[in-house]
Write a protein that binds this ligand. Structure first.
Ligand code: XUL
Length: 508
């Protein structure tokens, strides 16, 4: 038996994927923040805030969720004593601020008390900004004014509101005393890795690239960017290392769940880099599409280059080299909004996506949007929604979302030979067909839904079990369904793409 554990710390909960590389089997576990930890008042994983641009979470909730996940795995009889290595995945960009006491508390964690109880006094900022936060436009403008095009050329992304650098700068400006008390700043990923190892863990190149601080040419923190972002920041950042790096050995604290202390823990990465691995698309020519709260479109990059429009990002590929990532914030958010507005069940919504030949387009920015950058929510219809049928409205939303992905992935210069989908909305056959037709590429699903958790487990198996990704992908990521493109639809979507581009240009 060769067991590896991948933990996925996402916006709405924590899940795990336990894989057996000899048998090729997986089993999952899950904690939902809203349902299982209602005391944190975060039904969707973040705290309510009167400012819609501010999105923060209580990091103590994340710790309680980890303890609860392991309690559940133990109670369900999961063979945790046989686990040979662990890695994980974090929602990207979120930051955790820790005072000088963190290292000592981590070193001597008491199994008789919870993680949250022991580590809460170590937070120099009680609330962690997460990737949904859009409150740092002023800081992004300051970075732009100082560095201009250099930020994109060096970090792979322009200054972006949700990225960690602008978030850290805002905190240092607004709460200078709390910032001065901060001895270390972690990403969600490296924070969890630190807790598991009982010592501060490194950040990997996959997640580190989402900070506007990492120089992708040198793969080191960029001295000038770090110095400008906040005073003394260099001393507060952990080192940044390749994803295939051991972070440390499992802390004795976790023996209470049945783990053998001292088993190796790999550095964690972000959810998108992990999904690239978990979907089996870490080689060029294939794309991954995660249809979740936000939709993300990603793929391995043949050469390092950046999006001239400034919406796409470049991150480290955990399998080596680089990956692209384009985030569409109004993914399931918009689909849910339209579904409920029209009073449709999920089944009806899916069935409606199948029909209608009208070429109706819309811009569904029910909340702030990343691609294209829209801070003030706005919904634009290229048709009259009052007279359009429900069928036409649903189809218009789904086609517009996928056309936006085709438009904004053009900078990659790739003809995709296949697209692998994951996330809740990937269950929709109608949506999969639209993706296949818009991109004129086969769209595949795999059996494991939690591609980020699976990717983390595969990274641990690759690093500690020595098994190549190709062999792991053959075992765990075989296609379970394929939607073939209809060549007869090519002309329709080429035409609609031009019309969509025009609508977006005229409105944003
Ligand atoms: C990527 C991004 C989101 C989060 C969601 O840039 O902001 O995909 O990683 O977890």
């Amino acid at each position: 038996m060769a067991l590896y554990l991948g933990i996925d710390a996402s916006t709405q909960g924590i899940k795990s994927e336990l894989i057996d590389t000899e048998l090729g089997t997986t089993s999952g576990g899950a904690v939902n923040f809203g349902r299982d930890l209602p005391q944190y008042g975060s039904p969707d994983g973040f705290l309510p805030n009167p400012d819609p641009l501010v999105r923060e979470s209580d990091p103590a909730m994340w710790l309680d969720a980890l303890d609860l996940l392991f309690t559940r795995l133990k109670e369900s009889g999961a063979p945790l004593s046989k686990v040979a290595g662990i890695s994980g995945s974090g929602q990207q960009h979120g930051t955790v601020y820790l005072n000088a006491g963190f290292s000592e508390v981590l070193r001597s964690l008491d199994p008789g008390r919870s993680l949250a109880d022991q580590l809460t006094p170590c937070f120099s900022r009680k609330r962690s900004p997460i990737w949904m936060d859009r409150s740092t436009r002023a800081e992004c403008d300051e970075l732009d004014a100082r560095f201009g095009e250099r930020i994109r050329a060096v970090t792979g992304s322009p200054a972006i509101e949700r990225f960690s650098g602008p978030q850290i700068r805002k905190f240092a400006k607004e709460q200078p005393e709390a910032y001065a008390e901060t001895a270390g700043i972690h990403l969600v990923s490296s924070f969890f890795a630190s807790v598991l190892c009982g010592k501060s863990a490194a950040i990997d190149h996959g997640d580190g690239a989402g900070m506007n601080l990492l120089n992708l040419n040198t793969l080191q923190w960029d001295r000038e960017l770090v110095e400008f972002t906040a005073p003394g920041l260099a001393a507060k950042l952990p080192p940044c290392v390749p994803s295939a790096t051991k972070a440390g050995a499992l802390s004795p604290y976790f023996a209470k769940y049945g783990f053998v202390p001292g088993i190796p823990v790999a550095v964690w990465s972000g959810d998108n880099p992990n999904s690239l691995i978990g979907l089996g698309v870490s080689g060029p020519g294939c794309a991954g599409l995660s249809l979740g709260t936000s939709d993300t479109f990603f793929g391995a990059m043949r050469t390092f280059h950046t999006d001239p429009d400034g919406f796409g990002h470049v991150f480290g590929n955990p399998a080596g080299g680089f990956m692209s990532l384009i985030c569409f914030t109004n993914g399931s958010l918009a689909r849910e909004k339209v579904r409920t507005e029209l009073g449709l069940s999920y089944e009806e919504f899916d069935a409606t996506g199948e029909v209608s030949d009208t070429e109706f387009l819309m811009l569904p920015y029910f909340g702030a949007e990343s691609t294209p950058a829209v801070l003030t929510p706005v919904v634009v219809y290229g048709f009259d929604p009052e007279t359009a049928s429900k069928t036409e409205r649903v189809r218009s939303l789904l086609e517009s979302q996928i056309l936006s992905m085709r438009l904004h992935s053009g900078w990659l210069g790739e003809e995709f030979t296949r697209i692998r989908v994951t996330g809740g909305a990937s269950k929709s056959a109608a949506l999969r067909r639209i993706i296949a037709d818009v991109f004129q590429a086969p769209v595949e699903t795999i059996s494991v839904g939690n591609s980020a958790g699976l990717g983390a487990a595969l990274r641990a198996a690759n690093l500690f079990g020595g098994e190549p990704f190709d062999s792991l992908h053959a075992k765990f990521c075989a296609a379970t369904s394929v939607s073939e493109p209809d060549p007869a639809k090519k002309a329709r979507y080429d035409r609609m793409l031009a019309a969509y581009e025009e609508l977006e240009r005229a409105s944003c």
